[in-house]
Design a protein around this ligand. Structure first.
Ligand code: CP
Length: 308
């Protein structure tokens, strides 16, 4: 099949075939990072801008490295040192960056829909690196890539997504893509942190984590996003950890070969214990490694590459 999209804004609008094409393209790029010279010329002459208005460790460095491994030129903009703090609009900032001959803007922003908005107002490609609680497509793609790499399939897998679903763009992107690829998705968390209507996306809600833990092939633990919470969603962090934390005790009831995932950054001792995060079922760092291949694939495809 031919890749036809110039932007990656979310997984809601992709077909199962398009998602699979990104995963398959990532397969071919994964090998590049194992070479002594970790570079291919696929994006030579192209310029990529990391435009981040929210903090990031994994996503910003992963996109930056992915672009460099494809031989693109990369700069970073956004944040507190950009002219947005002087009142410049997002579109004006992006148009000024684009005027310097940029090919791809990677945007992280707190406003849901900001990547779509930008894509309608500028000519270069836009890749969504997280727009508020809406979507984080490359995170879900690397999560699903890791599931497929370890378990060999997505169809029929039972995937539990646990924690702060309301504020999670990772949960939304995972649900869209996992359902399209034939997985069963359970979401679990306190009723205050599971949004009404999430079933309409195809996920099953179970507020009691203990009722799903033994059935899951994959458990993806989410961070409590204290920075997005304006109201008190939890009576206490200790109670949250007791009811929804993945710890050694709960792991005894899980499948022996369950995959433990976390998009990071982790609150160790809150949603996941240190021993589980570092334990033999954890693929948390494998997710990060795979993120590089996924982001190389996405940058390559949106800039006109083919699956060859
Ligand atoms: N998973 C993720 O998006 O991490 P960062 O916020 O560090 O980019």
């Amino acid at each position: 099949m031919e890749w036809t999209k110039r932007h990656l804004l979310g997984l809601e609008e992709l077909t199962a075939e398009e998602i699979t094409m990104i995963l398959d393209t990532a397969d071919t790029f994964k090998e590049v990072s194992t070479r002594s010279i970790k570079k291919v010329p696929a994006l030579r002459g192209k310029t990529v801008v990391n435009l981040f208005f929210e903090p990031s460790t994994r996503t910003s460095s992963s996109f930056g490295l992915a672009a460099r491994r494809l031989s693109a030129d990369v700069i970073s903009a956004g944040g507190k040192m950009s002219s947005s703090v002087k009142g410049e609009t997002l579109v004006d900032t992006a148009k000024n960056i684009e005027a310097m001959g940029v090919d791809i803007i990677i945007l992280r922003h707190s406003a849901p829909g900001s990547a779509l908005h930008l894509s309608k107002n500028i000519s270069c490609s836009v890749v969504n690196a997280g727009d508020g609680p809406h979507e984080h497509p490359t995170q879900a793609l690397l999560d699903i890539y890791t599931m497929r790499e370890v378990l060999g399939r997505i169809e029929g897998l039972k995937v539990g997504i646990v924690g702060d679903i309301t504020h999670s763009r990772v949960a939304r992107s995972n649900i869209w893509a996992l359902k399209k690829l034939g997985a069963e998705v359970y979401v679990s968390g306190p009723a205050t942190l599971v949004p009404k209507g999430i079933e309409a996306m195809g996920a099953r809600v179970c507020n009691n984590f203990d009722e799903i833990v033994e059935h899951c092939d994959v458990i993806n633990m989410l961070r409590i996003q204290f920075e997005r919470q304006e109201d008190a969603y939890l009576p206490s962090v200790r109670e949250y950890s007791r009811l929804f934390g993945l710890n050694a005790e709960r792991m005894k009831r899980a499948k022996r070969d369950v995959l433990v995932m976390h998009p990071g950054p982790m609150n160790r001792g809150v949603e996941i214990s240190g021993s589980v995060a570092d334990g033999e079922n954890s693929v948390i760092l494998q997710q990060v490694t795979n993120g590089l291949a996924i982001r190389m694939a996405v940058l390559y495809l949106v800039s006109g590459g083919t699956d060859k």
